[in-house]
Design a protein around this ligand. Structure first.
Ligand SMILES: NC(=O)c1ccc[n+]([C@@H]2O[C@H](COP(=O)([O-])OP(=O)(O)OC[C@H]3O[C@@H](n4cnc5c(N)ncnc54)[C@H](OP(=O)(O)O)[C@@H]3O)[C@@H](O)[C@H]2O)c1
Length: 214
């Protein structure tokens, strides 16, 4: 599958790219600066030994991707997504975005839409947004020599879109768990604030979530 990762120059996007490239997918790294995306793609080709990693501007990456992954900060969605609407039309858009603010007292700071995924869906009305990968730490993704110790919790309003994202998760060795409609994106994103707190308190970089009883 051709996967475009917008904001793929960052830690989370690059980690996802490394795992998907290793699994045999073609990956296009997107950036606000195409040169930066190409440099990151070259780095990932060297790291993974896979040639199907390229870099483009976010707009061109969105046009090329069959599935589009949002791996940029929550604060950038409103400015970034309207320009990418054409490239995202009719496609599955995966939101990994978590609205966390590390400066003040409250970590989880969701937008008025309730979650970053719902904000993305409102900004991209002709795409189908699935919320996923919030609990898979960049540090865990980039440690490609070992399996990821975490479940993939995902939610969205479209069963076929969720099946596509579940398959992408399975291709990197994750167990995918459907947690319902996009209205559950807020709780999913919020759990990341809990994981970030656990990481701080116990000096970790990669706490994650596993569901029991399934
Ligand atoms: N890091 C993790 O462990 C982790 C885990 C789960 C979920 N997430 C979520 O995944 C997303 C990416 O995380 P990250 O740690 O990789 O973030 P990051 O490094 O802060 O940002 C990723 C990329 O987004 C682009 N960007 C930065 N500010 C932007 C803006 N205002 N508008 C548009 N693009 C902007 C930058 O790329 P260019 O400058 O090249 O455009 C940057 O390299 C976040 O929403 C985060 O909450 C992260």
């Amino acid at each position: 599958m051709d996967i475009a990762i917008l904001g793929g120059t960052g830690k989370e996007g690059a980690g996802l790219a490394a795992r998907w490239a290793a699994a045999g997918h073609a990956v296009v790294i997107g950036s606000r600066d195409a040169a930066r995306a190409r440099a990151k793609a070259a780095e990932l080709r060297a790291l993974t030994g896979k040639s199907a990693v390229t870099g483009e501007s976010n707009a061109e990456a969105a046009r090329r991707g069959g599935v589009i992954v949002l791996a940029l900060p929550a604060a950038g969605l409103a400015q970034t997504l309207p320009e990418l609407a054409e490239g995202c039309r009719g496609k599955v858009v995966v939101s990994t975005v978590v609205p966390l603010s590390f400066g003040g007292g409250r970590l989880f700071t969701p937008p008025p839409a309730g979650s970053s995924a719902e904000e993305a869906q409102a900004l991209l009305p002709e795409a189908t947004v699935v919320a996923a990968f919030h609990h898979i730490a960049a540090h865990e993704l980039s440690a490609t020599e070992h399996a990821i110790e975490c479940d993939l919790l995902l939610c969205g309003g479209d069963a076929a879109a969720k099946a596509t994202v579940a398959e992408l998760g399975r291709s990197m060795g994750l167990r995918a768990i459907d947690v319902g409609g996009l209205g559950n994106a807020g709780p999913l994103e919020g759990i990341t604030a809990v994981l970030a707190t656990i990481n701080r308190r116990y000096k970790l970089k990669n706490s994650g979530i596993k569901i029991t009883g399934l």
